[in-house]
Design a protein around this ligand. Structure first.
Ligand code: ARG
Ligand code: ZN
Length: 848
């Protein structure tokens, strides 16, 4: 069925691979890979299918006997050994292949980045290295020998031998091929140790290119903090004597959890106050934690097939979010996570790419490393934790690790441990994994004689291929406040299971104000008729910090939606912001989160959801107008906050100082709309860290100013591509819409723009896709430019081209003219001969 893989077609592999030995003779143009597999047949008469792509087969033998070309079938997907050439009992299969890492621009399999060799095998990259059953349910012990004159030669597990020009590694833990890794290069380590709670001493190394060593300390510390946290929060201990992390410059994704040898995009390792922002620091810490946590949720327990991807990703994101909440400010982290869930996952669920956390079909699995699988997957785990409570959650996880260690599992296995430990029936809950779409809850209420009644209905709109959506099992956390602001009902979890349900609360002395969906207890859209005054009340009084922020966000969004339709601004909103600015008791990071206005894309989505056709220019105008109104109305208070929040002393990325800088930059964004850029220019001139430099630059570029500062920044950082990515991102994302496409075209033509590097490409084009009014320009110039670049990247790097095509996922929201331009761009891509499977699948779904 034209290259579609179906969940329902799963069959176990008919052979066991008890061990595999790999010998690599590294050469940029002609690397030789000799693979020896110890195989035990598990099903008499089965043929052996080995995946392999872009491999030159040199030799092939079974138990030392060479096979001739008549003995096997070979095509562009791999090698099939008929049962007739295979012994009935255990045998040894040897292959030798030749590959060309320097020609590998797709960055899957073994490739070269800045003179070093590295690998990326998830999901199906190992088939670009050697012939192998490249599927996660085949787990084996790997022994690796690397031959090369490069000084540092690394693979998974423990080093077992080293000599001039070679090194050998042995990984005692059986693993699927997607967790294989190899690195060779001229690298320097920043090292430390961690002693596990049972006393195992683990050597930790962060490997980087010479010159980058002074930017590794933070990553090293984050690794040790992660190891400690997993022992305390989940009882999970590390299981090797060595943990290596390598930073590479060319990487399609964020990072990869290869056993004992994590490979990272260098932007998620390298940090110094001069080059990395507070947000970068927080992200580095979270991704280091994420990849480390995979050692148990991903590696020790892996996925049976790629449809189960959220089994490891959703759970591991949930774990890294918990870690960040514990080591930083919990309430703020939750706010950030929900804001990003809505911006990326709700957007995905509302468009043509909607899919369940566990999809049941794909053409190219790399297209399913999505916000739905990762972030919604994490929300689903969070709902299980909410339904079962902390002890219930921990008991289920303990059973999961005990029952499934060493296995390749499914979502069914996962749900079963929750059912077995809690005694609950979770069949309805499982719909969260198997169905797409964001449920919409509508709440109405009544109050009479001390009894308050909440009536909740749930509806999930149709998504591609799923018309009917039965009700879901939804944990709804609510609290009630009395009119004077006291909490009369502390947070209580209601369980929705039906399309319509009522909940009664008795013995109240006055009509309460409800605080619903506290902590964002479920990934749903909540609709409730409410007044601006009530939102302002919740912003001031709610005891749940998430819902305080939510109340302010709702007010802001409603004001902006009204303004985009040509109405005036809400006075309640302007006053509420005034109180917040003046509230020096509140946490600075929290105040900053409340001061940041919803983005243009969020406003467009909200308008579209209520049946309007969003006008990107009107949205932008409304948002800028509201910023100016805030600056005019609260100028004195904002200035006071701006002046008093300056952080002095040595830089620290901790939540405290980072929160003050974030509040200061949030006030700067508002003040810059009115002061001609004076404060931002002054901050840029005196900044001592990247958070302030780029914060000031962003504020200026957003006002169509800052040419001098852009030039100064470029002069200072020309030799540092990661820092220059911020400069490109600022211009792509923030240049006023009428010049944005031209600016991006100019920057992309510059010699310094190495578009083949995914970080470079993402900074400029990804920035541009986030420039709402610029990308969705009415004349179609944004779409056309973007399509040109996707078509240029696709032949070299299909994975990143396909991922970036999601910029088009909202095209049906807009007016007929914009739709026609977007559709023309998608059709032009679809009609291009030789399109990759990755991008072809994406444009097919986007246009469909
Ligand atoms: N497992 C990695 C992570 O979550 C992501 C790797 C995905 N790579 C890919 N080519 N699809 O951190
Ligand atoms: Zn992951």
């Amino acid at each position: 069925m034209d290259g579609v893989t179906l969940l329902s077609d799963y069959k176990p592999y008919p052979f066991e691979i008890s061990s595999v030995s790999l010998i690599f003779r590294l050469d940029p143009a002609a690397t030789r890979v000799l693979a020896t597999l110890e195989v035990t047949p598990r099903q008499p008469g089965a043929e052996m299918v080995l995946q392999g792509e872009d491999l030159k087969l040199i030799s092939l033998s079974v138990d030392g006997r060479a096979l001739g070309s008549g003995d096997y079938r070979l095509d562009e997907t791999g090698l099939v050994l008929p049962a007739a050439v295979l012994p009935a009992g255990p045998f040894r299969l040897q292959t030798e292949v030749e590959i060309a890492p320097a020609a590998n621009t797709a960055l899957e399999g073994l490739y070269m980045s800045n003179g070093m060799y590295c690998t990326q095998c998830e999901a199906e990259g190992f088939r670009h290295i050697t012939f192998y059953p490249d599927r996660p349910d085949v787990m084996s012990r790997f022994h690796v020998r690397i031959e090369s004159d490069l000084p540092v030669l690394l693979s998974n597990g423990n080093p077992v031998g080293r000599g001039p020009g070679w090194a050998e590694w042995d990984d005692p833990w059986p693993k699927p091929a997607y967790l294989f890794a190899l690195v060779a290069g001229d690298l320097r380590a920043t090292s430390g140790t961690f002693t596990t709670r049972s006393g195992r001493k683990v050597d930790l190394n962060i490997w980087v290119r010479p010159g980058d060593e002074d930017r590794c300390d933070f990553a090293l510390g984050a690794l040790a903090r992660s190891m400690k946290w997993d022992e305390e929060a989940y009882g999970r201990e590390y299981d090797l004597d060595l943990f290596n992390i390598v930073a590479v410059d060319d990487f399609n994704m964020g990072a990869m959890e290869n056993k004992g040898l994590n490979i990272f995009n260098s932007k998620l390792v390298l940090a110094s106050p001069e080059t990395a922002t507070d947000t970068d620091y927080e992200r580095i810490e979270a991704v280091i934690a994420h990849e480390y946590f995979h050692n148990w949720t991903g590696n020790r327990i892996t996925c049976r097939d790629w449809f189960q991807l959220c089994l490891k990703e959703g759970l591991t994101v949930y774990r890294d979010q918990g870690f960040t909440r514990d080591v930083r400010l919990g309430a703020l982290k939750r706010i950030d996570d929900v804001a990003s869930l809505r911006a990326r996952q709700f957007r995905e669920d509302a468009g043509p790419l909607a899919h369940p956390p566990r999809p049941d079909r794909y053409k190219e699995i790399n297209n399913f490393y999505t916000a739905t699988v990762y972030e919604k997957g994490a929300e689903v785990v969070g709902m299980l934790a909410t339904l079962l409570g902390p002890e219930g959650y921990r008991a289920a996880l303990d059973l999961y690790f005990e029952r499934h260690d060493g296995q390749a599992c499914t979502i069914e296995d996962w749900i079963k441990v929750f059912e077995d430990t809690s005694g609950r029936d979770l069949r309805q809950f499982k719909l969260w994994y198997t169905q797409a779409g964001t449920p919409k809850l509508t709440v109405s209420e009544a109050y009479e004689n001390g009894t308050y009644t909440l009536e909740v209905t749930q509806v999930t709109p149709p998504t591609p291929g799923e018309e009917e959506k039965p009700p879901r099992h939804i944990p709804l956390a609510v609290g009630l406040l009395s009119p004077n602001g006291d909490e009369v009902l502390p947070t209580t979890v209601l369980e929705l299971t039906e399309a319509r349900q009522s909940f009664r609360f008795e013995g109240l002395s006055a009509r309460p104000v409800p605080s619903i969906l506290r902590g964002f207890s479920a990934p749903v859209v909540l609709e409730r008729a409410t007044t601006p005054a009530e939102q302002a009340f919740l912003l001031a009084h709610d005891t749940d910090p998430f819902n305080r922020w939510e109340a302010g966000r709702t007010l802001a969004r409603q004001t902006l939606m009204a303004m985009a339709r040509g109405e005036g601004a809400q006075l309640d909103y302007l006053d509420a912001v005034g109180r917040l600015i003046a509230d020096d008791e509140a946490d600075p990071g929290f105040r900053a989160a409340c001061l940041r206005l919803p983005g243009e894309d969020e406003i467009a989505a909200a308008l579209f959801a209520r049946g309007d056709t969003p006008d990107p220019d009107a949205i932008r105008t409304a948002r800028r107008k509201l910023m100016k109104m805030l600056a005019t109305r609260h100028g004195a208070a904002l200035t006071r906050v701006y002046d008093s929040c300056a952080v002095t002393g040595p830089y620290s990325p901790d939540a405290g100082p980072a929160g003050r800088r974030s509040l200061r930059l949030a006030t700067l964004a508002l003040l810059t709309t009115e002061d001609g850029g004076a404060r931002a220019a002054a901050l840029f001139a005196e900044a001592t860290n990247m958070t302030e430099s780029i914060g000031a630059l962003n504020a200026l570029v957003g006002e169509g100013k800052g040419q001098g500062q852009l030039a100064a920044f470029a002069a200072r950082w020309a030799a540092d591509p990661l820092v220059m990515d911020k400069w490109r991102m600022a211009q792509g994302a923030l240049t006023p819409p009428d010049e944005a496409a031209e600016t991006v075209a100019r920057l992309s033509a510059a010699a310094a723009f190495d578009w083949k590097n995914p970080n470079r490409f993402r900074s400029l084009l990804g920035g541009f896709a986030a420039n709402h009014a610029g990308f969705h320009r009415a004349d179609g110039a944004g779409y056309a430019l973007y399509a040109d670049w996707l078509l240029r990247l696709d032949p070299l790097n299909p994975q990143t081209a396909a991922r970036m095509s999601t910029a088009f996922e909202t095209w049906r929201r807009y007016d007929a003219t914009r739709q026609a331009h977007a559709k023309a761009a998608l059709d032009r891509i679809a009609a291009t001969p030789g399109l990759s499977r990755d991008l072809a699948e994406m444009v097919g779904r986007l246009a469909g």
